[in-house]
Write a new protein. Structure first.
Length: 415
C-alpha cells in the first residue's frame, strides 16, 4: 500500500488521529507506526498520545527522551504494563516504535525530542503515589495534602477504583472528592516550583488532574448510563489540550486510539444517547489544527483478545465480515488492502446513510459477532480516510505478569 497520498493529505494537519478496530491486531500497530514515523521525520510532528495510562507512558516518554533515572531498555519499560489487557501496549509492535523514538531522539536537543504520552483516566492510585513520591524528595510542604488524598482511598486496597465505586453503590455517605480537588488546587498553585526537570511540572499537574477525574469517573460508574464514557473522553481531550499547550503554539500531535474514540461520534448511533468522543471534540474545539481522522479495519483474520474481563489472552479467529458491512463492501472490490479517502465517497448515495462498521473489543466472542460488533456509521462523516486490511493477524504480545487487582484498561466498555 502506497502511503504517499495519505502522508501528503495529513501533512496539512497539526492533529492526526489514527484509529484501530481492535486493541489486538498486528497490522493496526505497524501501519500506525509507519504513518507516525513519516509524520515525525518529514513534517515535524512533536509527540504521540495514546489510549493508555499517564504514569505508564510517562516512564516510556522518559526512556525515549533519555532522561536521567529512566529505564535502560525498551523491553523493560514496556514489561511494566501489568494492567489487563497487557497485550494492548506490552507487545513487540510497540517495542519497535519505542526503539525507533529512542534512536530518533538520540542526537536531538531536549526541547526537540519527540515524546509519547498516555491520555487515559484509570490510574487513580498510581497517580497519587507518583505525586507523593515526588513531594517526599522535592517539596514536603504539600505532603499533608497528598497524604490526605491517599489516606482517603487506602481503605479500598489495591483495586481502589472499583472498590470505591462499589462502596458508593452501597450508599457510603463519604466520598473522596474534596481531598482530590484540594490536592489539585494546591499543586496548581505550586506548579512553577516543580522545575526539577523539563517535564516535572507537567507530570505533577497531570497526575493531580487524573486523581480528580478518576475519582469522578469511578463515582460515575454508580449510575448505569453514558456518563463514565463521556467523562473519560472529556478527560482524554483535556489531557491532549494540556499537552498541546505545554509543547507550544506550533505543536503537531498524533493520537492513537480505538476507532470508537477517534471516529466522530456524531456519525454513529452513539449520538442517540448523547455519547461523545475524542474525534468529535477535536473537530468541535480545535478546528484551527485542521484535525484529520484515519480509521482502520479488516475483513477477516485473527485477533488477540480475552473471552471475559481478566481472562488469559487468546489468538482468536475473526470471521468474514457480515454481508453489507463496510468491511464486506471493501473486500468485495477485490483490491485487497486499500487506502480510501472519504471525500471520494461523499456524493455516493450508498454511503450517505449508516452501514455496519466492525468494532472488536478486548473482550471478544467471534460466534456472537453479528449481534453486537458492528457500529452503524455514516463513513464519510466519521473519518477523513480509512485503511482496510483484507486479512489481518493478532498482535505479538510480550510475556508480562498481570496484576489482576487493577481495573482493566477500557473498563467498563470493550474499547
Amino acid at each position: 500500500m502506497d502511503l504517499d497520498p495519505l502522508i501528503e493529505e495529513l501533512s496539512h494537519s497539526k492533529l492526526v488521529l489514527l484509529g484501530e478496530a481492535s486493541h489486538g491486531t498486528h497490522e493496526y500497530y505497524t501501519w500506525r507506526t509507519a504513518i507516525s514515523k513519516r509524520l515525525i521525520q518529514e513534517h515535524g510532528f512533536n509527540f504521540i498520545a495514546v489510549e493508555g495510562d499517564w504514569p505508564d507512558f510517562y516512564r516510556v516518554n522518559r526512556y525515549v527522551k533519555n532522561y536521567q533515572n529512566s529505564h535502560n531498555s525498551s523491553v523493560k519499560v514496556l514489561k511494566e504494563f501489568n494492567r489487563w489487557p497487557t497485550w494492548m501496549w506490552a507487545n513487540w509492535e510497540i517495542e519497535t516504535l519505542v526503539n525507533w523514538l529512542y534512536e530518533h531522539n538520540t542526537d536531538l536537543s531536549a526541547h526537540k525530542r519527540v515524546g509519547i504520552y498516555g491520555l487515559d483516566v484509570y490510574s487513580l492510585w498510581e497517580s497519587i503515589e507518583a505525586i507523593v513520591d515526588y513531594l517526599q524528595i522535592h517539596d514536603r510542604t504539600l505532603l499533608p495534602s497528598a497524604k490526605r488524598a491517599m489516606g482517603c482511598f487506602e481503605p479500598f486496597g489495591d483495586e481502589m477504583g472499583m472498590a470505591y465505586a462499589r462502596s458508593l453503590q452501597r450508599f457510603l455517605p463519604k466520598t473522596c472528592e474534596h481531598e482530590v480537588v484540594s490536592l489539585l488546587s494546591d499543586i496548581k498553585k505550586r506548579v512553577p516550583t516543580f522545575n526539577t526537570d523539563i517535564e516535572a511540572a507537567l507530570n505533577m499537574e497531570q497526575n493531580a488532574h487524573i486523581a480528580k477525574n478518576a475519582e469522578k469517573y469511578y463515582r460515575s460508574m454508580v449510575s448505569a448510563n453514558q456518563s463514565s464514557w463521556n467523562l473519560r473522553d472529556h478527560h482524554m481531550m483535556d489531557t491532549l489540550v494540556r499537552l498541546l499547550h505545554f509543547h507550544g503554539p506550533n505543536t503537531k500531535a498524533i493520537i492513537w486510539e480505538h476507532n470508537t474514540h477517534v471516529g466522530d461520534a456524531r456519525a454513529t448511533d452513539m449520538v442517540l444517547d448523547n455519547t461523545i468522543n475524542v474525534g468529535q471534540l477535536v473537530r468541535e474545539q480545535l478546528p484551527s489544527y485542521n484535525p484529520k481522522i484515519v480509521g482502520f479495519g479488516s475483513y477477516q483474520g485473527t485477533v488477540v483478545a480475552g473471552s471475559e474481563w481478566g481472562a488469559p489472552m487468546r489468538n482468536m479467529h475473526v470471521p468474514e465480515a457480515v454481508k453489507g458491512s463496510w468491511e464486506y463492501l471493501l473486500h468485495k472490490t477485490g483490491k485487497g488492502n486499500q487506502l480510501v479517502f472519504m471525500d471520494e465517497l461523499k456524493e455516493n448515495d450508498l454511503f450517505k446513510t449508516s452501514i455496519g462498521h466492525r468494532a472488536i473489543g478486548v473482550v471478544y466472542h467471534p460466534k456472537y459477532e453479528k449481534i453486537g460488533n458492528y457500529v452503524p456509521s455514516v463513513m464519510p462523516e466519521r473519518y477523513d480516510a480509512f485503511i482496510h486490511i483484507d486479512s489481518s493477524e493478532g498482535v505479538h504480545a510480550m510475556d508480562v505478569y498481570v496484576d489482576k487487582s487493577q481495573l482493566p484498561e477500557t473498563y467498563p466498555w470493550a474499547f
